[in-house]
Design a protein around this ligand. Sequence first.
Ligand SMILES: Nc1nc2c(ncn2[C@@H]2O[C@H](COP(=O)(O)OP(=O)(O)OP(=O)(O)O)[C@@H](O)[C@H]2O)c(=O)[nH]1
Ligand SMILES: [Mg+2]
Length: 203
Amino acid sequence: MVRITEAAFVTSAANITQALSEDMSEIAVIGRSNVGKSSFINTVTNRKNLAKSSATPGKTRLINFFDVTFDCHKEKFRARLVDLPGFGYAKVSKAEKAAWQKSLSEFITRRSSIRLFVLLRDARHPQMAIDVDVRAYLEQIKRPDQEIVTIYTKADKLNQKGRSALKKADPDALLVSNLKKSGIDGATALLFEKLFMRKCEDG
Ligand SMILES: Nc1nc2c(ncn2[C@@H]2O[C@H](COP(=O)(O)OP(=O)(O)OP(=O)(O)O)[C@@H](O)[C@H]2O)c(=O)[nH]1
Ligand SMILES: [Mg+2]
């Protein structure tokens, strides 16, 4: 089984110009404000407060970089996780929102070290138009050496009705709960497989 065994915060940046040099394969974690991006980084790295999460939307204001090590049967693979500010956060001024949107889209379109976009969506709301739009946008800007995966958060909040709605919207949906720490092995395996283009087989 593949695990992330080491993780360390490196730095924050307000925009692409301030960002680290592009010397490592990166996984960019994208999604609506409050969907659980920072929590997801804590869950996959098995660290409580590595990325700052909060019940108040709009918590992550900067682009945060974390160096991580994937371990597949003692073989180490280094990568970088990027925690991004959420989109769709309503409680800021129009000007601030526009500036945000600009630095976020600049980062994701121009940062060539991004190899994988992880789009997080709320399992309770699999059809949200803004998520559909963002997925389409990512498909449009994605270069040949980049991949996109969707992972649904807050699985613990799903009832039977929500489960069927999600299955209908996306039969192959990968679900995680950052609260219950469920779905993490599958999510880690998916990140590893997409990033390093190989599976970490059991044995
Ligand atoms: N029940 C439940 N709550 C979750 C889950 N993931 C995150 N949360 C909660 O949702 C809230 C937002 O989590 P964050 O990780 O800060 O979300 P974010 O996407 O980083 O938000 P921004 O930084 O504002 O864009 C926090 O109160 C978390 O505890 C989950 O899987 N289940
Ligand atoms: Mg955050």
